[in-house]
Design a protein around this ligand. Sequence first.
Ligand code: KIV
Length: 275
Amino acid sequence: MSTQGRKTRLDKVTTQTVVNMKQSGEKISMLTAYDFTMASIVDSAGIDVILVGDSASNVMAGFDTTVPMTLEHMIYHTSCVVRGVERALVIADLPFMSYQVTIKEALISAGRMMKEAGAHAIKLEGGRYVADTVKRIVDAGIPVMGHLGLTPQSIYKFGTYKVRAKEEKEAEELLEDARLLEEAGVFAIVLEKIPTGLAKKVTESLAVPTIGIGAGPHCDGQVLVLHDMLGLNKDFSPRFLRRYADLHSEMTGAVTSFMKDVKSGDFPNENEQYK
Ligand code: KIV
């Protein structure tokens, strides 16, 4: 059977590529995307990894937390992204309560994400409590990315989005969780909002790459939420966020100009109509 489909001819990023990038010391770039158009732009720019994060709950659906996101929502967003991507590795978040109840349910959720949405890998949150689940999903042939530190699906347990694992006990637990996830077979781990020193220690103790968000410069890669780094979301300004554009102002300016042109009769002009 030929494996030379249209996409396999491109220099596609695979889970093995990102593991190799850690070994060669090349940093891994990862951004979120939730729809076809944005995913096409991010992929064409050459990003290594696109995460269809359940942050879609906040930036696409307007919920306060990621808790309401369903598997159906995530399958929809992921399938839109996959259609826009030719090169990047596409990882999809399994949403809250689609993998915690039983391993069987987790396998079904992960399988649907691959078969129905076309994801290349899935991500799920948690450490030792999901290690057996991770192992079974990986054994079934589905690559898994872990997620430690601030795990937003557990917001009602933490009660806050503050930095995690500042205390020694929690830091030690996180380091052990990272080792257990690696043992269970994850190909990478997101470290969210933990102290720089701890992220460095975790990164150095693993063979698989770490991707940081608010976890300092020593991680093997960095991830940001696309809407935040593009400056679309002007009310969200955590310390770790660097804004690479001010699209909120740009878009407000464009919409204001359109309104002005419509009201004044300037739009459409001679060249913007059919005769
Ligand atoms: O949902 C998401 O966007 C994420 C990133 C913040 C890592 O999990």
